[in-house]
Write a protein that binds this ligand. Structure first.
Ligand SMILES: [Zn+2]
Length: 338
């Protein structure tokens, strides 16, 4: 069952009111960081528009024929446009097919609802082919575009949509939700502070935090972080460690490495900035306290490049090279370079 979250109440009410006044725009651009539930909100609102017997607050009834079709992922007036693989593009053929489909009258006589996500994935031709439809869509059609970064969307697309902003939820609210959700799904945390730590690690995005907990990433992250310290201290061999890291899916260790090095740089610029996570701050400091910040910046760029390369090339030598570099940074202390 799709849902919207307690931190999305304002957006839900505002859109529901406009719907009741028959004043919904044709195109909405749902904008905000990842991991906070924009996609679920869009799905819930789509469901609500398709339901034939909504509750007074706009929630779908869950029982009418439309709701049953929607729940079975089979509603003919509901359209989802996304890349065919993660990180891929949304292509012009997909948009053309969509335009042809929504040009026909709706199957159930009600709304037609389109979700495009992430909108940034539309290539230029796809985005251009959507412009006319965004401006003059068929009657009773709502197009919802989901985006994290508005600057990556053409201005011509942005200007044809009404922007609905989603912010990171309030910390206490997010933590409360996370604790409830983990309990509901019987995900057991090793210690009571873990919910707060999970949230901090995902920069306050509760859905991402929940997904991480489910995948037991907390333990993985801890062991990766320890191996980083082992490499820096010369206790671990970079080649052997790379052989272990490469087995972990989705380049996860390298994504973490990127986060950690970013945090090391931040800590050097704003001492004490991770004060709420004293232990993490202490380890970060012990790992990077004496390193040349410029070298850390260069290393961070290398990680970013490596992440792109790993998608196309054999990742093992790339990880090896990164870890060898990491193991060697500590020798280049501030003031001794050159
Ligand atoms: Zn219904």
């Amino acid at each position: 069952m799709t849902e919207y979250y307690p931190w999305q109440e304002t957006q839900w009410r505002s859109l529901t009111e406009r719907r009741l006044q028959d004043a919904l725009p044709h195109a909405l651009l749902l904008h905000g960081p990842s991991g906070i539930g924009k996609a679920d909100f869009a799905a819930r609102f789509a469901h609500s528009l398709l339901c034939q017997q909504n509750h007074a607050d706009g929630r779908p009834c869950g029982r009418c024929p439309s709701c049953l079709l929607y729940a079975a992922d089979n509603h003919p007036d509901s359209y989802l446009i996304e890349p065919d693989k993660e990180g891929g593009q949304i292509k012009i053929d997909q948009i053309r097919a969509l335009i042809a489909d929504i040009g026909l009258s709706s199957h159930s006589g009600g709304y037609k609802v389109v979700i495009i996500r992430p909108a940034e994935a539309m290539n230029t031709a796809a985005a251009n082919s959507l412009l006319k439809t965004l401006e003059e869509p068929p009657a009773k059609t709502l197009i919802m575009l989901l985006a994290e970064q508005l600057t990556r969307l053409p201005a011509t697309v942005r200007s044809r949509c009404q922007i609905v902003r989603f912010n990171l939820p309030d910390k206490a609210l997010a933590q409360c939700w996370l604790v409830d959700k983990l309990a509901e799904k019987k995900v057991v945390l090793a210690n009571p502070d873990d919910a707060a730590r999970l949230l901090a690690m995902t920069h306050g995005a509760p859905l991402k935090a929940f997904a991480d907990a489910e995948k037991d990433l907390l333990g993985l992250r801890k062991s990766l972080f320890e191996s980083l310290a082992g490499l820096a201290g010369g206790r671990l061999d970079p080649i052997k460690t790379a052989g272990e890291w490469v087995k972990i899916e989705q380049s996860m260790p390298i994504k973490y490495l990127y986060d950690w090095v970013s945090d090391m740089i931040r800590l050097r610029q704003v001492p004490g900035c991770f004060g709420e996570r004293a232990e993490y701050q202490k380890v970060l400091h012990s790992l990077s306290g004496e390193l040349d910040v410029q070298k850390l910046y260069i290393y961070l760029d290398r990680i970013a490049e490596s992440l792109q390369l790993m998608a196309q090339l054999n990742p093992l030598p790339i990880i090896e090279s990164l870890l060898i570099q990491w193991a060697n940074i500590p020798k280049q202390k501030t003031g001794t370079q050159g």
